[in-house]
Design a protein around this ligand. Structure first.
Ligand code: TA6
Length: 296
């Protein structure tokens, strides 16, 4: 399979198909600057984004599973058609499905671009009776990773969905990490019966389990990783909400695919349609974009 993918979609020095954990097929992206990314076809899951110097910017748990039907704990889980719990498996089926490679290329500016697709199959139809087409396109630059996320209703009936790019950032120490740009935004506290409050902090810092949905939020926030002297700009479009999550001590212990000691080294800043569903009529397409950019 890897050889066939390499022959059809491989690009010398830019896109290489290699076996990942447990032999799952992955694409290794390499930018001319030395920046890199790794994407599993399983869940169209970006598990690594590295700087030109090879520093890893994403968190993946050492306990993560890499197995059919199981989500990968870290990187960018692709969430569709349900964010969180509900009638479908937690966070929906897109992140545990096998996606297909649609195209690869090198853009004029040298960005490495790859696109993966997923559409309905007997398993998804058994859970959720709607034909759909998902596409995730990743563009790797010297200091940025850009994601275009599209969902189309290819059926004959309208459907409602929620979705997210559930990104796990690696940080040196959560206690020396801040998130800026959400002051004045309404936040839903999923740990306290979904009460709504206005965020009053200019700098959000972390000293306990945190699980907030920031609804209809500005399209740009800044993640400050003081321990690594690093700043990451997170920009979005077409995606109204963020989720900010750290499991802290007790929840970490309850997650079998997450090390008890790992919470200090990660923060999820997720982008998507999470606070309330959006509806696609037959033939309609939704598009959201997220861009991560190294500022320092
Ligand atoms: O995005 C926050 C959240 O919904 C948390 O409540 C927590 O459940 C996290 O996602 C991880 O969910 P998962 O199904 O990947 O364990």
């Amino acid at each position: 399979m890897l050889q066939a993918l390499q022959e059809r979609f491989g690009i010398e020095g830019a896109v290489t198909f290699v076996a990942g954990k447990n032999g799952l097929p992955t694409m290794a992206l390499r930018h001319a600057s030395g920046a890199g990314a790794v994407i599993y076809l399983h869940g169209a899951h970006v598990t690594s984004w590295t700087t030109p110097k090879g520093e890893e910017l994403f968190f993946v748990s050492r306990e993560s599973r890499f197995a059919p039907g199981q989500p990968i704990r870290g990187g960018i889980p692709v969430i569709f058609p349900q964010f969180g719990g509900g009638e479908l498996p937690q966070h929906g089926f897109a992140r545990i499905s096998e996606w297909a490679v649609l195209r690869t290329g090198v853009a004029e500016g040298g960005e490495i671009t790859v696109a993966l697709g997923l559409h309905e199959n007997p398993e998804t139809l058994a859970m959720w009776p709607h034909p759909f087409a998902l596409e995730l396109e990743a563009r790797l630059g010297e200091r940025s990773l850009h994601l275009d996320y599209r969902a189309q209703n290819t059926g004959s009936e309208a459907f409602a969905f929620t979705c997210a790019l559930h990104t796990y950032f690696r940080v040196a120490d959560i206690r020396r990490t801040a998130l800026l740009g959400l002051e004045g935004v309404t936040r839903i506290d999923t740990l306290r019966d979904d009460i709504r409050e206005v965020e009053t902090r200019r700098e959000i810092r972390f000293d306990q389990e945190t699980d907030f949905i920031y609804e209809s939020a500005p399209d740009s926030v800044l993640l400050v990783d003081e321990g690594n002297a690093r700043k990451l700009r997170i920009e979005k479009a077409g995606m109204p909400d963020y989720v900010v999550w750290n499991p802290w001590i007790e929840k970490s212990r309850r997650m079998p695919d997450f090390g008890d000691d790992e919470y200090p080294w990660m923060l999820c800043v997720e982008t998507g349609v999470m606070a309330r569903p959006t509806t696609l009529r037959p033939g309609e397409q939704w598009k959201g974009t997220t861009t991560f950019r190294m500022e320092a």
